[in-house]
Design a protein around this ligand. Structure first.
Ligand SMILES: [Zn+2]
Ligand SMILES: [Zn+2]
Length: 296
C-alpha cells in the first residue's frame, strides 16, 4: 500500500459503482456516462447486476472500466454479500458463479478483474464476515444510494474493525446510483495514476493510491519524523482515526475552518485521515500502515 500524496501522477475523479437500465438503474448506459462526464468525472465503471454493460466507444474525456456487481454467498446473519468486480472480461451472466462470496471474488479475479466489497452496512456484513474472505482490495466506506435510501451508506466502523484486525483494506466512496439525478455525483474516489488508462487506474487502485470523498479535497497526508501532517481544502475538522482508544481530532473554532493539522504518529498499526467540511461532507484517506500487521 502506497501513500498517493508521495510520488507522481495526476488525480482522476472516479465513480466505480453505477447501475443503468441494463439492470435496475433508470438511466440508459450512455446517459449515465454523459452525466459523469458533464459532472467532471474522469473514470466511470458501470457495474450492473450480473452483466457487464458495454457502451461501445469511450466518450471523449471519460474512461470507462468494465464492471459487474454480484450478490453472493451469505453472511453469518444470513444476508448476502454484494461483490463488485472491475476490469473483468466476460460479459456474463455471472450469477451462477456467485454461490459463495469467496467463489465470486475468485471468479472475478480469475477473469482478470480486481474486486471490492460493496456497502457493508447496507448488506448487514460484520467485520467477521468480511475478514473471512480474501482477494478484495477495498470496501465501500460511503455509498450514496444506501445513504439516501435507508441511511446505511457509511461503513467507517466496518472498515476500522477490519483495519484493527490487521486486514489491509482501502476504502472507496461510490454512488451506486439507480435514480438519475437523485443519487448521482455525491460520492467519488480520487485516484492518483500515471495516466488515464484501464491498466494505470487498476494499478493505482491495487497500490492504494486513492482517497474517498463526498466533498472535501485532501491535498497532502504524510509522515514527517514523528508527525502525521495533513493539508486539506477548508474543513471544520481533521481527524487521525486509529485503533480503539487511540487517535485525535482537530477542530476549527466555532464557525471557522482549518486547512491543516498535525498529529503525533500513533503507537498503533494504522492511522487514517478523515476530514469533514462545514456541510458535513467527508473525505477519507487510506490507512497509513505504521507497523506491519502481525499474527495476533
Ligand atoms: Zn449492491
Ligand atoms: Zn450496486
Amino acid at each position: 500500500v502506497e501513500n498517493p500524496f508521495e510520488g507522481t501522477g495526476a488525480w482522476y475523479r472516479a465513480n466505480l459503482h453505477a447501475h443503468t437500465t441494463a439492470s435496475d438503474g433508470d438511466l440508459p448506459p450512455k446517459e449515465a456516462a454523459r452525466f459523469y462526464r458533464r459532472a467532471g468525472y474522469d473514470v466511470l465503471a458501470i457495474t450492473d447486476h450480473d452483466t457487464v454493460t458495454q457502451i461501445g466507444a469511450d466518450l471523449p474525456g471519460l474512461l470507462l472500466l468494465n464492471g459487474v456487481e454480484l450478490a453472493a454467498g451469505r453472511s453469518k446473519q444470513g444476508t448476502r454479500f454484494h461483490i463488485v468486480g472491475l476490469d473483468v472480461r466476460t460479459p456474463g451472466p455471472w450469477t451462477p458463479r456467485a454461490e459463495s462470496a469467496q467463489g465470486a471474488i475468485d471468479a472475478l479475479r480469475e477473469d482478470g478483474g480486481i474486486v471490492f466489497v460493496a456497502h457493508p452496512y447496507w448488506s448487514g456484513l460484520m467485520a467477521d464476515d468480511i475478514s473471512g474472505v480474501t482477494g478484495a482490495f477495498a470496501v465501500e466506506v460511503y455509498n450514496t444510494g444506501c445513504d439516501l435510501e435507508i441511511l446505511r451508506g457509511f461503513s467507517m466502523v466496518h472498515w476500522d474493525d477490519l483495519l484493527t484486525l490487521g486486514k489491509e483494506y482501502g476504502a472507496l466512496a461510490v454512488d451506486d446510483g439507480h435514480r438519475g439525478a437523485v443519487d448521482h455525483g455525491l460520492g467519488w474516489t480520487m485516484i492518483r495514476a500515471e495516466e488515464l488508462t484501464p491498466a494505470a487506474i487498476r494499478e493505482a487502485l491495487l497500490r492504494g493510491r486513492y482517497y474517498a470523498s463526498t466533498g472535501p479535497k485532501l491535498l497532502d497526508v504524510r509522515i514527517d519524523g514523528g508527525t502525521v501532517s495533513v493539508k486539506t481544502a477548508p474543513v471544520r475538522s481533521i481527524a487521525l482515526v486509529s485503533e480503539p482508544g487511540i487517535g485525535a481530532r482537530a477542530h476549527a473554532r466555532s464557525g471557522g475552518t482549518i486547512t491543516s493539522a498535525e498529529f503525533e504518529v500513533p503507537r498503533a498499526r494504522y492511522g487514517r485521515v478523515e476530514a469533514m467540511d462545514r456541510d458535513g461532507k467527508i473525505a477519507w484517506s487510506n490507512p497509513l500502515w505504521l507497523r506491519r500487521p502481525e499474527a495476533g
